[in-house]
Design a protein around this ligand. Structure first.
Ligand SMILES: [Zn+2]
Length: 261
């Protein structure tokens, strides 16, 4: 089990990686680690994630009250507290505004098509939460129904939050979301998408048990109502979906397939 000192260094390191990769600008984003059942270690407000030192972090309780640290707590801590409350398996959270995934979030498009095999294994799909003003209970309300089911969420007109059993794995999920968003964007540019389906999809869902990311307690449905246990014989979408489909938030493949008929 890593010490608090190690967690502080880890947060600074992954914060710098977010900054170096352009996933955050200015003071954007925040990271946190569950230290124990009483305390969370988090990045402070109003500081660039590219230049944080281990001593800059704040420690808060599960109500968001500052317990230790010389900086102020971010107003976005409420989102972290909610995730830790709803998901006892989660020990690390990364929130950022990576440009491509945030572009999808600003366009109102979820990343919920099974276009890439490794994303299916690691994340299932990435839903889009409706807009909520940052730093208000509104934002938590939009995320609450999605947190138990998914390990990464697009937040409309805002950004992405990813979480996992460790901060390292949460950061990796954030990278996967942005990389997948870039691939999905290329399929949009090419004007065609060819989602995985049928037995190919089923094998990937079964393979989750062998890969990292599969330890998540979330069912990570590929779309609403389709999970590793329930997807069999339920995927009704066509082999090649047209891109003029409106990819509505939380819309399922089944819903869209029906809408077209
Ligand atoms: Zn934000």
């Amino acid at each position: 089990m890593p010490s608090e000192r190690q967690h502080r260094r880890e947060i600074a390191r992954f914060g710098k990686m977010l900054y170096d990769r352009g996933y955050v600008a200015a003071m954007d984003g925040n990271l946190s680690v569950r230290l124990d059942e009483d305390r969370i270690l988090a990045t402070p407000t109003s500081m660039s994630k590219g230049f944080l030192r281990p001593a800059d972090m704040v420690i808060v309780d599960y109500e968001g009250h500052l317990l230790a640290g010389r900086h102020n707590v971010s107003s976005e801590i409420a989102m972290h507290l909610l995730i830790y409350k709803l998901r006892p398996d989660i020990h690390g959270i990364v929130h950022a505004h990576p440009p491509t995934a945030t572009g999808f979030a600003a366009a109102g498009i979820a990343l919920n098509k099974p276009l890439v095999c490794e994303v299916v294994i690691g994340l299932g799909s990435i839903p889009l939460a409706r807009y909520g003003t940052p730093g208000t209970p509104e934002l938590s309300e939009t995320l609450e129904p999605l947190i138990p089911q998914y390990d990464a969420i697009l937040m409309s007109n805002h950004g992405v939050v990813a979480y996992a059993d460790t901060l390292h794995n949460a950061y990796m999920k954030m990278e996967t979301v942005e990389h997948f968003a870039q691939i999905a964007l290329v399929t949009h540019l090419l004007g065609r998408q060819q989602p995985l389906e049928g037995q190919d999809l089923e094998k990937l869902l079964l393979a989750r048990g062998k890969y990292q990311g599969s330890h998540s307690l979330a069912p990570m449905p590929l779309a609403c109502g389709i999970t590793a246990d329930s997807h069999r014989n339920r995927l009704e979408h066509s082999a090649t979906s047209r891109l003029d489909d409106t990819n509505q938030p939380e819309a399922s493949f089944r819903g869209r397939a029906r809408a077209k008929n």
